[in-house]
Design a protein around this ligand. Sequence first.
Ligand SMILES: CC(=O)N[C@H]1[C@@H](OP(=O)(O)OP(=O)(O)OC[C@H]2O[C@@H](n3ccc(=O)[nH]c3=O)[C@H](O)[C@@H]2O)O[C@H](CO)[C@@H](O)[C@@H]1O
Ligand SMILES: C=C(OP(=O)(O)O)C(=O)O
Length: 417
Amino acid sequence: MDKLLVEGGKRLMGEISISGAKNAALPILCAGLLTADSVQLDNVPDLHDVTTMLKLLRQMGLRAEQDGAHVLLNGRAIDKLEAPYEMVKTMRASILVLGPLLSRFGEAKVSLPGGCAIGSRPVDQHIKGLQAMGADIAIEAGYIHAKAKRLKGTRIVTDMITVTGTENLLMAATLAEGETVLENAAREPEVTDLANLLVKMGAKIDGIGSDRIVVHGVETLHGASHAVIADRIETGTFLCAVAAVGGDVVLKNTRADILDVVLDKLREAGVILTSGEDWIRVQMAARPKAVSFRTTEYPGFPTDMQAQFMAMNCVAEGSSRVTETIFENRFMHVQEMNRLGASISIEGSTAIIEGVDRLVGAPVMATDLRASASLVIAAMAAQGQTLIDRIYHLDRGYDRMEVKLSAVGANIQRVRQ
Ligand SMILES: CC(=O)N[C@H]1[C@@H](OP(=O)(O)OP(=O)(O)OC[C@H]2O[C@@H](n3ccc(=O)[nH]c3=O)[C@H](O)[C@@H]2O)O[C@H](CO)[C@@H](O)[C@@H]1O
Ligand SMILES: C=C(OP(=O)(O)O)C(=O)O
């Protein structure tokens, strides 16, 4: 099994190119199920989750040709309307095939995802929305089995804001009969990116980027070309790395306008940031100042950046409070950071971090995707060597993270033990 061996204490200098967003690429690949024409995608990141999604879509009969960041999809010959447990268990985003399959083919069978390290993560809102659109849904032997001759537009108010829930219902609504109103919709930039592709495919959507999306169903969708939006979480992860260890790095192929709150918090920590249309420069010469925050839905502070900021706070001057409001169990990195000498205690959904003068390398274990990234940052800020186990979590969502960081001066090696 692969591990990362990190020698800490190196400053970061140079340029990093940011990949396309995992959380946009995954729903966008599923949108290929909605048409018999070709969908041409660019800026698709090279990640295990993308590989898993392509495998899942191919076994349904979707043709997918991948050449680096280009992916060409064709949904003419789809003949299997099922997402099996073996795939869904390795990637929860597999649930995103449910809406498109049901809407275009009138049937879908998708394994229930089950819980994961960061929380129970039910999909009841996806089911509730599709039922409101007239789907007949049975839960049998761990599978969601959904049928509908043709989905019918309606007004859906989800109990909470859900990102993949909004995406599933949005895709389903494009081919439904009549008007669907999605109230309490997620406003994440990745939802907007998906909606922009759907419009290029002929979907009629109003309110894109707002919490009230109105979809006027059409009979069929056609092919389109689209470049996946930059990964704001990969961007934020590298910004936190520079904030924690110091340096001067330019992040290319990214956008500052989808990272407002994250950039504000970094400035509060003492980081110097400048940006242009598709780049962000991060400079850090001093020890960071501790920053407190609560995670919330976009445009608030993203839960997917919580662990990486905590790594920075571990070595910051002063104490901070970090409250997680989206997932009930997203502090699995705390024990591991404490093994490196951090001083973090947990009170309910709040972590209290007392910044320490130094962390010291030790063996640690990654428990989920962003926890893994936060351990890489903590290890880079620590003295000596840290061996990070279970990095398959990291590979699920980062495009060659250790290669990109090593190119700007980090000392990180992938080892097989
Ligand atoms: C592939 C993808 O895009 N993943 C992102 C997506 O996950 P995902 O879409 O799974 O997260 P949601 O936005 O759905 O979850 C938000 C909250 O709603 C709850 N919930 C959600 C749906 C539902 O039917 N019932 C329910 O109770 C969840 O358990 C969670 O507590 O948004 C999360 C929140 O920004 C991010 O951390 C993930 O990186
Ligand atoms: C939680 C995440 O992803 P997923 O929803 O795919 O588990 C993430 O990207 O941090």
